[in-house]
Design a protein. Sequence first.
Lengths: 225, 244
Amino acid sequence: MRLAHDALLVAGKDLRIELRSRVALQQILPFGAIVLVLFAFALDPDRGVLPRVAPGLFWTAVLLAALLSVNRAFALEEANAARDGLRLTGLDGAAVFLGKAAAVAVQLVVLEVVLGVGIVVLYDVSIRGVGLIVCAAVAATAGLAATGTVYGVLASGLRARETLVPLLVLPAVAPVMIGGTRAFEAALDGAPADGWPWVQLLTAFAVLAVVAGTLAFGPLLEEDA
Amino acid sequence: MSTRLKLLGAAAAASLLSLAVLALVVAPEDARQGDAQRLMYVHVPAAWLAYLAFFVTAVASALWLWKRTRSTTWDLLAGSSAEIGVVFTALALVLGSLWGRPTWGTWWEWDARVTTTAVLFFLYLGYLALRRTGATAEARGTRCAVAALIAFLDVPVVHFSVTWWETLHQDATVLNRELDVKMEGFWMPFTLVWSVVAFTLLYAFLVTLRLRLAELEEGREASDLERAIAERVRAGDPVPVGGS
């Protein structure tokens, strides 16, 4: 339980910083929303196309905004040598990983709710299969946050961190993009049976990412760039 | 270059030359695809070599991470092998695309294997970018080793996701996915096996050469640093101690 307690401490710290600095609220959320609007410009606000491709556009917007969240999560640790402070707390690397990933996941959930409302309103999508959508979103968010956090610490403190993170994260989360999109499509099409195998895949990916991060984070945090 | 390396290079060159003769002249023309099928003799071994190279990268990365076997050589080998792997992944994709045009009628098919290979290409491109960000050797080794192992683990998941993606949504267009080349006679399968042997020799040669180069680079950096410090000491400048 020590691990859970320490992870909550780290998550609480990151979320408190976000609440006070409002970067996530005032920059990352609007960024996700503008991506949705851009898709509508690109595809011509034709009532036929947008609802059909809405699941893919939703996850693309989430992925792009998630990159900002991940960069932000590690930019926090760079100012004032906060990374050294984190190491000196004596917290287990696994706890730091779980805490930072949880903080990113919470921000992503908020983002997903806002973007979900966005696609309903802007793309004229009617929501069906809520259970499947929620399960797929939870599994996808866990995988996305864990993968992003692992690559975030890999790139932290390096030159060109901001440009490196997208190149590392986007190919790695291809399964989240594909699985999330197909699960949402199945739910919206009213064929949830087609969607559950995707939730399994998303869950497997999330478990793999969380295990990899828990094992690797300690040594990575120790290494100074 | 050592004699052994020269011999390896000569063996690779000779096997590649003989492969060219086998593939272009000796192997019979395919009954259905004509000469286009001869691309198989470079496309298949290029893909094989890419997998082999990434496997070596993963093993070398694991050996670096395991404290008892940690040595800079493993880190440099992982990087050298990944470079070769990326080049040959790109080659396999380009050759596959060239082959796809006459046989599938399209340059690019969102087929499971093609898509997975493309993702693989980008994963290791990211890995190579991570190697070049100027961290210290120790930090670079650990970070890159973790990235290489995650990339290696991610590949099966990506493969599953694109296979499911297809089976759920594109059943009709995948009929021509496996080209099902009927191997006739002796020369076709022999040439294919020979091509794998030749490319493996080429890989052994390239990776040894690249590793040697990487080690020289590392040594050069270290000796440059020592010389710079010695010069400053002679000039009477205070030598900065510690700091990052």
